[in-house]
Design a protein around this ligand. Structure first.
Ligand code: C5P
Length: 264
């Protein structure tokens, strides 16, 4: 069974209908990785025999949802460009902020090659995924795509927050305690109706893309677009500091993703 077939089958099983939506995927891999401390872009860091970008691409591939893939890479990074090409993805040089990288990728999406087994029609939806969430299980991609297929314009995977969260002032004194039951921590892939997200980013660009935009749902929210949540997964942790790689090893996340990829 190809990945495309498996996604169609999975969608049929759950919704009883075939998906009419088609999904492009943007993978953001142009970050510097300063906090990880390897002195190379984070996406180029090796873990269990592959770079973090390869693991992210392997997860997208195993999900079977991507008709086209665009990857943002640091300017002139031929190693990451070659890795993306192996997965039939188009690469674009990233911008100076995550939001700028997303805007550049969205503008390039029409030029991305159509992946084998998919229609050449323009994708109706786009998923934006951080390469730093290198081990996201395929089920999370499927939950986001199913919710989009059912008519949601914007969908994000989330987890309940277990810690108590407080706001503090510049001197380190607590200002307030936020009611925990309404808090969610937010992951990727975040999925959107393509033209809706493109319009939202164009509007945000006119107002000046801010470094404070750390996820795409915020851009949709600014434009008044309702954002639906679906369940994320602890395995979709964001590799940020060296301890996150140790955690990924302890949880054997690479082994798990390899097993899924080999099955397809
Ligand atoms: O900086 P942050 O951890 O939020 O980055 C999330 C993702 O966005 C990472 O996968 C990183 O490579 C990517 N990124 C990018 N372009 C930037 C900054 C970050 O593609 N200018």
């Amino acid at each position: 069974m190809t990945n495309t077939d498996s996604f169609s089958q999975m969608a049929d099983d759950v919704t009883g209908t075939s998906p009419v939506a088609s999904f492009a995927v943007v993978i953001l891999a142009a970050g510097s990785g300063t906090r990880l401390g390897y002195g190379i872009p984070k996406a180029a860091v090796q873990h269990s025999g592959k770079t973090l970008l390869e693991w992210a691409l392997a997860g997208v591939d195993a999900s079977g949802v991507a008709s086209r893939i665009v990857v943002t890479v640091p300017t002139d990074d031929t190693a990451l460009t070659n890795i993306a090409a192996d997965y039939g993805a188009l690469t674009v040089s990233g911008g100076s902020s995550r939001a700028e990288s997303v805007a550049l990728a969205l503008s390039a999406l029409d030029n991305a090659p159509v992946r084998s087994g998919f229609s050449s029609d323009a994708p109706s939806h786009v998923l934006i995924h951080d390469a730093a969430r290198s081990f996201t299980p395929v089920e999370v991609f499927h939950r986001v795509c199913q919710s989009l297929s059912s008519g949601q314009a914007a969908v994000i995977p989330v987890l309940p927050v277990v810690d108590t969260i407080k706001t503090v002032d510049a001197d380190g004194y607590v200002r307030s305690t936020v009611q925990r039951s309404v808090l969610r921590s937010v992951q990727t892939p975040q999925g959107f109706h393509f033209k809706t997200l493109l319009g939202a980013y164009r509007q945000a660009e006119e107002q000046g893309l801010s470094d404070e935009i750390t996820d795409d749902a915020s851009v949709a929210e600014m434009c008044g677009i309702p954002v639906k949540t679906v369940l994320g997964d602890f395995r979709s942790l964001k590799i940020t500091v060296a301890e996150d790689l140790a955690l990924a090893s302890a949880l054997k996340l690479a082994d798990e993703l390899s097993a899924v990829s080999e099955k397809d």
